[in-house]
Design a protein around this ligand. Structure first.
Ligand code: NAP
Length: 303
């Protein structure tokens, strides 16, 4: 069995790592907040004192961190991932980050003699648990082929998109569409409610027509019940919209719908909803003014 590593055991990383462990692979793990490693340690993972220790112990290390700041700190900081990499090893970064940061990380990893793959994912907490993510990979093709069997334990579909940066771009496109869809959905629910219509009937009407989709069907009942426990934290959706807008600007596209969605997510983040599910943007769209100490949310929002 392969010697694998995993850095970042948050909402997504913990179940993804568990799927590698359950398949019988030896797994070294690290998370900034040490408590979060305990459930995996109990299941047989070896807990390391830093990212470099994980990479030194593993042939291939997978990474699932929040954003470009976290990725830079974990890969390049003292005792960081790069300090434990070297010839023959591989680093597969599955975090959602921008193409420029990914290219910078690829250069740092390759400078150690190791290979680099970016592999951000589409899908949320439940697909991470079920091993049914969609994996958007780009970078060193031989690492993609070598890591394929492990990626298949985490995902139901994987695509190889070429040069480093193309996986990151694909991921930002997908999440830009998702952020715009959620704000349009939230505005529809708010307008229906103000109009004296039952929002749950709107869900039935949408589900029966050409606008039916798993996101509306999955999130709609929880939004109507005011439940926003995080599957995909709102702060990460806002980060993805911000990164998509920067990419659009670099490529000469204004992306006005994404810009409007981003403004709504910023208002929600600044109103204290950052750590709730991204569907909590609907609270802002229906005219609520939640305070910093009033995060709302009564239970699981589903996926
Ligand atoms: P999360 O629960 O917030 O976990 C974030 C992870 O990053 C934690 O392990 C956290 O460590 C670590 N981290 C943050 N800042 C750090 C720093 N400065 N140094 C070291 N570690 C740091 O987020 P998540 O939902 O798992 O998402 C992870 C990534 O997947 C994000 O890029 C997100 O956009 C993407 N994604 C998420 C979903 C989803 O539905 N949740 C779906 C697709 C893609 P601590 O435990 O110490 O805070």
């Amino acid at each position: 069995m392969a010697k694998l590593g995993f850095l970042g055991l948050g909402i997504m990383g913990a179940p993804m790592a568990r799927n590698l462990l359950t398949a019988g692979h030896s797994l070294h793990v690290w998370n900034r907040t040490a408590d979060r490693s305990a459930p995996l340690a109990a299941a047989g993972a070896a807990v390391c004192g830093g990212p470099g220790e994980v990479c030194a112990a593993a042939d291939i290390t997978f990474v699932m961190l929040s954003d470009p700041v976290a990725v830079r700190a974990v890969h390049l900081g003292p005792g960081g991932a790069c300090s434990g990499l070297g010839g023959g090893k591989g680093l597969v970064d599955m975090s959602t980050i921008d193409p420029a940061t990914s290219r910078e990380m690829a250069a740092a990893v390759r400078a150690t003699g190791a290979r680099y793959l970016e592999a951000p994912v589409s899908g949320s907490k439940k697909p991470a648990e079920d091993g049914t993510l969609v994996i958007l990979a780009a970078g060193d093709r031989d690492l993609y082929d070598e890591a394929g069997a492990y990626l298949d334990l985490m995902g139901k579909l994987r695509v190889f998109l070429g040069e480093v940066g193309q996986g990151a771009r694909m991921k930002l496109v997908v999440n830009m569409v998702m952020g715009g869809m959620m704000t349009a959905f939230g505005e529809g629910l708010a307008l229906a409610d103000r109009s004296g219509l039952d929002p749950s009937v709107l869900l039935d009407v949408l589900a029966a027509g050409a606008l039916a989709n798993p996101m509306f069907a999955g999130k709609g009942p929880a939004i109507c019940a005011d439940r926003f426990a995080p599957a995909f934290p709102l702060k990460h959706m806002q980060k993805d919209l911000r990164l998509a807008l920067v990419l659009g600007d670099e490529l000469g596209l204004g992306l006005p719908t994404a810009a409007a969605a981003n403004a709504a997510f910023i208002r929600a983040r600044d109103a204290g909803l950052a750590d709730l599910d991204f569907s909590a943007v609907c609270r802002i769209l229906r005219g609520e003014r939640p305070g910093g100490n009033d995060p709302g949310g009564k239970g699981p929002a589903g996926n």
